[in-house]
Ligand binder design. Structure first.
Ligand code: ATP
Ligand code: MG
Ligand code: MG
Length: 548
C-alpha cells in the first residue's frame, strides 16, 4: 500500500511533539450557531477531530456565540447532531459566552496596562481613522484617556449607561501599523440585545478577535486551525496572548473547501431558505450536512472525501463529482438492491399460468455475502422499463425487441412474440413467452442472452414517489459568476415522479434506509414518507451523468 505523506499540519504537530513542546494536542471546532453546518464545516470537523484522534489528544466543540443578534438554540442542536452524525465525539461542549466574565477581566487587564481605551468616536469616524493599506491611520482624540477614566467608562458601558454604538473599547496597539487589523481594533461594543444563553446579563459583547484566541487560551488549545482569511488576524491573536500573558495557543491556517455548482456560506444558504428557493436547510439539494444526510450520503463517504481532498494552503475548487464518487463507492458496498420500474410498459407472459404467483429469490446485496436474499413475486403480467424495448432496434441491441430474448433479473429468460398497439399506434403491451428451464440459479436451458432487465410483477407492484435531484446551480464556479448568485440557480434541480413501481420488498424500508434501484441509481427513504406513501430521494446516479 502507498504510504500517505503527512499534510503540513501533521508535520507541524509531529515536530512539536518530538520537540516535547506538548504532551498531548488539543484542538477545537468553533462554529458560530447562526446556521446549519455545510460541507466546508465537515472538512474542518474531519481535520480538527482527525488530528486529535491521530495524535492522541482531544477536540472541544466550542460555540462561538459572541453575536447575540444572529444566534439561536435551534442551530446549536443541529450542529451537535451533525458532528455526531459525521462520527465524532467532542471532549467538552463549550460556549464562548461562558467566558464573558473572564473576557471582561481580560479587557480590564489591558486597560490597566494602558493597552485599551474607551472611544466615543462613531463607527464612521473610526473607519476614517484607520487609514488605508498604503497610508497610516491617525489617532483617535480619545486615545489618551487615563487608565482611571477608561476603567470608569468601561464599567458604565457594562452597566448599560450608554446606547448601542455610543462607545466602544479599543485595543491600543499602533495606528501606523502595517497590518490594518493592528490599528487599534475594537474589542468590545455595546449591544442591548437578548443572548440565547446569557439572556440580558450583558449589554457589551466582545468582538470575534477578542473572544476567539482568548477562548483558545482558556481551553489550552495547542493548535487552533482556521481558514486562510484569518492570516491577517494572527498577529492580533498573538498580541492579545502576549499582553494578557495567557496560554500560548497557536493559530494555523488552511484553505477552505469550495465545491463546484454550489455555494458554501451560511449567509447565502440562509437566503436560499428564506427566499424559498429550497424547501429548508435540509432540502436534499443543499450542501448542508442535514441535507446531504437526508439525500442519502453516508458519514463514511464524507469522511473519505475529506481525506481525499487533503489539506491545502491555497484556495482551490473541488469537483463535486469527487464527492459523488465517494458516495457511490460506499453505497455500492452497503445498500440493498431493489427493482423499480420508472416508466412502465406491460409484458404479458402468455405461456405462464393465469393467477399463479411464484416466489423467486434475489440477493439483497451481491457485495455483501452476509446480506442474505429477498423474495420477489413473479406472475403472468409484469412491468419492464419502456426504454428497455425497441420495435426496430439497431444491431447489437441487447434489450427486448420483436423476436429477441432477454433475461429478467433473478427470474426467467423471455422472448418477445407480439407487440400490441392502441388505436394511435403506441405500444400498449408486449406479449412474450418464457423459458421454464431458464430460472435463475437453476438454469438448464443452455440459452445465453446478453441483456438483463429489471422488472416488477404488476399485481404486486408498489407505487412509490421518487425525487430526482440535479445541480442546484447552473455554473461550475460561483465565485467567478458576476452579479447575484441567485441568478444562477438551476430551475430544473428537482424532478418529482409521483408514481414509479417497486417490488414489494420496498415496503420494509425505514427512514434513511439506503437502496440501489437496479440500473437506476441509489435512493434513500425520505422522512416525508407515510405508511401509505413511500418517498425516495435519489442520492446519486450509478454512473457520472454529468461528464464534462
Ligand atoms: P460561513 O461563511 O459559511 O458562515 P464561517 O467560517 O463563518 O462560515 P463558522 O461557524 O465560524 O462559519 O465556522 C466554524 C469553523 O468551520 C471555522 O473554523 C471555519 O474556519 C470552518 N469553516 C467554515 N467554512 C469552511 C469551509 N468552506 N472550508 C473549511 N472550513 C470551513
Ligand atoms: Mg466564523
Ligand atoms: Mg460566517
Amino acid at each position: 500500500t502507498e504510504e500517505k505523506s503527512l499534510n503540513f499540519l501533521e508535520e507541524i504537530i509531529e515536530n512539536d511533539l518530538q520537540a516535547g513542546k506538548y504532551k498531548k494536542i488539543i484542538t477545537r471546532f468553533p462554529p458560530e450557531p447562526n446556521g446549519y453546518l455545510h460541507m466546508g464545516h465537515a472538512k474542518s470537523i474531519c481535520l480538527n477531530f482527525g488530528l486529535a484522534n491521530k495524535y492522541g489528544g482531544y477536540t472541544n466543540l466550542r460555540f462561538d456565540d459572541t453575536n447575540p443578534v444572529t444566534e439561536e438554540t435551534e442551530y446549536v442542536e443541529s450542529i451537535k447532531n451533525d458532528v455526531k452524525w459525521l462520527g465524532f465525539q467532542w471532549e467538552n461542549e463549550l460556549y464562548a459566552s461562558d467566558y464573558f466574565s473572564q473576557l471582561y477581566e481580560f479587557a480590564l487587564k489591558l486597560i490597566d496596562k494602558g493597552l485599551a481605551y474607551v472611544d466615543d468616536s462613531t463607527s464612521e469616524e473610526i473607519a476614517a481613522q484607520k487609514g488605508t493599506p498604503t497610508q497610516p491611520g491617525k489617532d483617535s482624540p480619545f486615545r489618551n484617556r487615563t487608565i482611571e477614566e477608561n476603567k470608569k467608562l468601561f464599567l458604565e458601558m457594562k452597566e448599560g449607561k450608554y446606547r448601542d454604538g455610543e462607545k466602544v473599547l479599543r485595543a491600543k496597539v499602533d495606528m501606523g501599523h502595517i497590518n490594518m487589523h493592528m490599528r487599534d481594533p475594537i474589542i468590545y461594543r455595546i449591544k442591548h440585545a437578548h443572548h440565547h444563553r446569557t439572556g440580558d446579563a450583558w449589554c457589551i459583547y466582545p468582538m470575534y478577535d477578542f473572544a476567539h484566541g482568548q477562548s483558545d487560551a482558556i481551553e489550552n488549545i495547542t493548535h487552533s486551525v482556521c481558514t486562510l482569511e484569518f492570516i491577517p488576524h494572527r498577529e492580533l491573536y498573538d498580541w492579545f496572548i502576549k499582553n494578557l500573558d495567557i496560554y500560548p495557543s497557536h493559530q494555523y491556517e488552511f484553505a477552505r473547501l469550495n465545491m463546484t455548482y454550489t455555494v458554501m456560506s451560511k449567509r447565502k444558504l440562509l437566503q436560499l431558505v428564506n427566499e424559498k428557493y429550497v424547501a429548508g436547510w435540509d432540502d436534499p439539494r443543499m450542501p448542508t450536512l442535514s441535507a446531504v444526510r437526508r439525500r442519502g450520503y453516508t458519514p463514511e463517504s464524507i469522511r473519505e472525501f475529506c481525506e481525499k481532498i487533503g489539506v491545502a494552503k491555497r484556495e482551490n475548487l473541488i469537483d463535486v463529482g469527487l464527492l459523488e464518487f465517494c458516495v457511490r463507492e460506499h453505497l455500492n458496498k452497503i445498500s440493498l438492491r431493489r427493482m423499480v420500474v420508472f416508466e412502465p410498459v406491460k409484458v404479458v407472459i402468455t405461456n405462464y399460468p393465469e393467477g399463479k404467483t411464484e416466489m423467486l429469490h434475489g440477493e439483497e446485496n451481491p457485495e455483501d455475502p452476509n446480506a442474505g436474499s429477498r423474495e420477489i413475486p413473479f406472475s403472468r403480467e409484469i412491468y419492464i422499463e419502456a426504454e428497455d424495448f425497441m420495435e426496430n432496434p439497431p444491431k447489437k441491441y441487447f434489450r427486448l425487441a420483436p423476436g429477441q430474448m432477454v433475461r429478467l433479473k433473478s427470474a426467467y429468460i423471455i422472448k418477445c412474440e407480439n407487440v400490441i398497439k392502441d388505436a394511435n399506434g403506441n405500444v400498449k403491451e408486449l406479449h412474450c413467452t418464457y423459458i421454464p428451464e431458464s430460472r435463475s440459479g437453476s438454469d438448464t436451458s443452455g440459452i445465453n442472452v446478453k441483456g438483463t432487465l429489471h422488472w416488477v410483477s404488476v399485481q404486486h407492484a408498489v407505487a412509490i414517489e421518487t425525487r430526482l435531484y440535479d445541480r442546484l446551480f447552473k455554473v461550475e464556479d460561483l465565485s467567478q459568476a458576476e452579479g447575484d448568485f441567485k441568478d444562477y440557480i438551476n430551475p430544473d434541480s428537482l424532478q418529482v415522479l409521483p408514481a414509479v413501481y417497486a417490488e414489494p420488498a420496498i415496503l420494509q424500508a425505514k427512514i434513511e434506509d439506503r437502496y440501489q434501484f437496479l440500473r437506476k441509481g441509489y435512493f434513500c427513504l425520505d422522512p416525508d414518507s407515510t405508511p401509505g406513501k413511500l418517498i425516495f430521494n435519489r442520492t446519486v446516479t450509478l454512473r457520472d451523468m454529468w461528464a464534462k
